[in-house]
Design a binder for this molecule. Sequence first.
Ligand SMILES: C[S@@+](CC[C@H](N)C(=O)[O-])C[C@H]1O[C@@H](n2cnc3c(N)ncnc32)[C@H](O)[C@@H]1O
Length: 309
Amino acid sequence: MSASAHVPVLLHPAVDALAIDSRPDGTFVDATFGRGGHTRLILERLGPSGRLFAIDRDPDAFAAATQVKDPRLTPAHARFSELRATLDGLHAGEADGVLFDLGVSTPQLEDPRRGFAFRSDGPLDMRMDTTRGTGAAQWLERADEAEIREVIRNYGEERFAKQIAKAIVAARRRGPIRRTAELAAVVATAVRTREPGQNPATRTFQAIRIHVNQELEELSLALPQALAVLRVRGRLAVISFHSLEDRIVKNFMRAQARPSLPERLPVRARDLPPPRLRIVGAPQRPRPAEIAANPRARSAVLRVAEKVA
Ligand SMILES: C[S@@+](CC[C@H](N)C(=O)[O-])C[C@H]1O[C@@H](n2cnc3c(N)ncnc32)[C@H](O)[C@@H]1O
């Protein structure tokens, strides 16, 4: 296997959750194609007239999807915050299952040219979609210290966010930070206690990546669209890798499974809007053997829900 192959996480549990066997000729959506690990297993289970739409915002991932020669597969280069319009544009109709496998892929993380990696030097970019948006270097050049601190603190859960933001602002007075190795070196000066086995820049790089790609906003915009495109009994399956992502997924599924109105409104329980989702099973985490074989699986959580109305 090449260094940049992507090993899918929770492959079987996530694809099982889509319940393809009960509607093999249905319409499914892989909202995060990556390198197609989940897509391939979905295609294996799909019947001859089933359809799969595979979305990714990364042009390299999209290019990889176009290499899969299967007439049932339609790739799309789009953000999943545009899920509904993308599927409408492809005349996909209602979906029987939508899968999200969030975060970044191994090819993104390991290709130094993409700027996600702190271990190898490259341009400080970190955009998943290199065709639009602002890269990490540009953002670090313009953001003020407080914004940098909040991003690193909130998305990286980094104790030394204040010191790191200060160090970044001091460093950029000497010249712009344009390379991943430069940023990693600046961060290392500000992180005083190292977590075992973790590079001091890990949390900062993760935080900046989440910010540059607006990952939490994307997810918050995508979930209601996934619900809208599903048909009744359709399945929503989401694998998240970050506690903030998982919280968004959990809160969305719970709110749709148990609609509530503000307290003290004179509304009887039977007049509440009907639930739109039913939560299927408990959240699933990878088994120790999967984590041992693929450390990226460490923080993964799969949540599944079924549309009921
Ligand atoms: C963890 S990887 C998916 C791996 C895939 N399941 C596989 O087995 O190969 C996540 C992928 O989602 C894509 N992605 C992340 N956020 C996205 C968004 N908002 N819209 C579209 N694609 C997104 C990334 O570009 C990346 O390729």
